[in-house]
Design a protein around this ligand. Structure first.
Ligand code: PMV
Length: 370
């Protein structure tokens, strides 16, 4: 059996490189979003999760990011970058990227030797309520890693992916699960060999056929900006009256889903995934201050799904992110019956009938390297 290495923080500090290797160029990465089955909600500094989470990597929802780089004439201590989003210069995105660069600088000290132009776009509408931080931050982390590989071509693919995930995590926790596919675990757990708090790893066991090509149709119930950011949500887990029980519940769910993903028990899968979605929202409703991100149509959809499941014995189920949109999950072999049901019964609850058909994906892809 192949030995799985667990890396520590010091393994991610780059040595100094000969910068003549790369004076100008660009990289473009296409990086997917992901949907958590067992949720991450609550963290410690620096972006260390309170519990283990696992997600399906998506396919149709992605960010495409190009990083153009050129060697600075004179080294300065400031980061030098511009950012364009969907063709427009976006100075209001700069503070977030500046903070990301500051957090990762000690691991990629070559960053301030270069000037950067970052050009990014999403496959999904900006205001769709779909979080773009996972795909956006992982795309940028991968571009930075491509530059590191240009400077140090000897790094292995495994190290490249782990460090990309490590850097992405420092941008947005869940982004560390958007490097590879199809199922990614983040957070150290005794049942998952090789798992780490510092980066995401591929689910290490053979996944049952039932989960091949799994579908995720995202129903856009509320396309507005979220009222409460996930940063605030994570903070509210400090001193939360149910925090300890929640982290324990999530870790127990990991242990169970670990078996389910191997044995293909769809009923158990449904019960874990729906419980996770509702527990996440229960944490929001019981924090101080409390808040509700679900909308009336979110609940209508959930009830319709439950009725349909009871009357047809389908294996359809739902999960939720930190928002009102509903992710409808179902196996490949039920795609016709469930798609018909979605179109006939659920689309009416979406804003302007908007929805996105997605499915489990294989991870990020290097599009160009010039
Ligand atoms: O990565 P963040 O800080 O945006 O947090 C994501 C939290 C959830 O999407 C609600 C759950 C998860 O595990 O992705």
């Amino acid at each position: 059996m192949q030995k799985i290495f667990v890396l520590t923080e010091s393994d991610f500090i780059s040595p100094s490189f000969d910068l003549l290797n790369a004076s100008t160029g660009s990289f473009t990465w296409k990086t997917p979003s992901n949907i958590a089955l067992v949720k991450y909600w609550g963290k410690q500094e620096p972006q260390i999760p309170e519990n283990t989470s696992i997600s399906f990597t998506l396919d149709a929802c992605f960010t495409l990011t190009t990083l153009e780089f050129s060697k600075k004439e004179n080294t300065s201590s400031n980061f030098d970058f511009e950012i364009y989003f969907e063709g427009e210069k976006k100075d209001d995105f700069k503070p977030k990227i500046q903070k990301f660069f500051e957090r990762i600088e000690q691991y990629v000290p070559f960053l301030n030797e270069y000037k950067f132009v970052i050009k990014s776009r999403n496959s999904f509408p900006h205001s769709s309520g779909i979080a773009s931080s996972a795909s956006g931050m992982s795309a940028l982390a991968l571009c930075v890693m491509s530059l590191e590989k240009e400077l140090n071509p000897t790094i292995s693919e495994e190290y490249f992916n782990k460090k990309a995930s490590f850097l992405a995590r420092l941008g947005s926790g869940s982004a560390c699960r958007s490097i590879e596919g199809e199922l990614i675990v983040w957070g150290n757990h005794p049942a998952i060999e090789g798992s780490s708090n510092l980066y995401g790893v591929k689910f290490p066991a053979k996944v049952h056929e039932n989960f091949k090509n799994y579908h995720d149709t995202i129903l856009l119930v509320d396309e507005g900006e979220k009222q409460v950011s996930s940063t605030v949500g994570h903070q509210l887990m400090y001193n939360h009256p149910f925090a300890k029980q929640r982290f324990q519940q999530a870790n127990d769910h990991i242990e169970k889903i670990n078996e389910v993903l191997k044995n293909g028990d769809l009923k158990q899968f449904i019960s874990i995934v729906e419980s996770e979605a509702l527990s996440l929202h229960a944490m929001m409703m019981t924090s101080n201050p409390y808040f509700i991100l679900m909308k009336p149509n979110t609940l209508k959809i959930i009830n319709k799904i439950w009725e349909f499941r009871a009357s047809t014995k389908s294996n359809i189920c739902f999960t939720l992110d930190a928002g009102a949109n509903v992710h409808v999950l179902f196996p490949e072999k039920e795609k016709e019956i469930v798609n018909n049901f979605i179109i006939k019964e659920l689309i009416q609850f979406c804003q302007e009938n908007h929805y996105i058909c997605d499915r489990i994906g294989i991870g990020a892809k290097l599009i160009s390297n010039m």
